[in-house]
Design a protein around this ligand. Structure first.
Ligand code: HEC
Length: 156
């Protein structure tokens, strides 16, 4: 094998890595920071808390089968990778502006963010691209879930 072949392979690998990272704009990077700091992965990424946050980024925000049981019945953290790839930016801003009270999610947070923050979050999730399956459908109060659940008495 000629001596330059390992070097060439290394170069190709780096080039492929750069191509994969392509499109990672300042908005995407800011969106990632916001998602991390706001703790969205805690619920919307399967096994994130149990793994101490060590889950490959390409699996982030693909929803979870760990349900939250409360007065609302059982609700599952939505697959944001599928949802945001279905919505255009204006639709996302509408969803994020809607305050909900019948949910374990701290819904006061999203409506309180600046539009630019929400736009950056959107850019980031779109950059990640669609992945995974939709989260299980929510269950009305009194129906026994077939997945694991966390008992969650009220919104926080
Ligand atoms: C405590 C767990 C928890 C955290 C933290 C959390 N979510 Fe949620 N989220 C849920 C659950 C459960 C649902 C499903 C119930 C609902 O729609 O309110 C949900 C629903 C949503 C939906 C609605 C999906 C739809 O189909 O309408 C969006 C959008 C969303 N979350 C975004 C976020 C973002 C962005 C963050 C970080 C700022 C976040 N969530 C943090 C648990 C959480």
């Amino acid at each position: 094998m000629p001596r330059f072949v390992p070097l060439l392979l290394l170069f190709l690998l780096i080039a492929a890595g750069c191509a994969w990272r392509a499109g990672e704009t300042a908005e995407v990077r800011r969106g990632r920071e916001l998602i991390i700091k706001a703790g969205c992965n805690d619920c919307h990424t399967e096994g994130y808390l149990a793994a101490g946050g060590v889950v490959p980024e390409d699996q982030w925000l693909a929803g979870s089968r760990l349900g939250f049981r409360g007065p609302w019945g059982v609700q599952y953290p939505a697959n944001l990778r599928l949802l945001l790839n279905r919505l255009d930016e204006a639709q996302w801003l509408e969803v994020a502006a809607k305050m909900r009270t019948n949910s374990p999610m701290a819904w006061s947070l999203l409506p309180s963010l600046e539009r630019d923050d929400l736009r950056d979050m959107y850019a980031y999730v779109r950059w990640l691209g669609p992945a995974g399956e939709p989260a299980p459908a929510s269950l009305p109060s009194g129906v026994t879930p077939t997945t694991e659940v966390i008992d969650f008495p009220r919104a926080h």
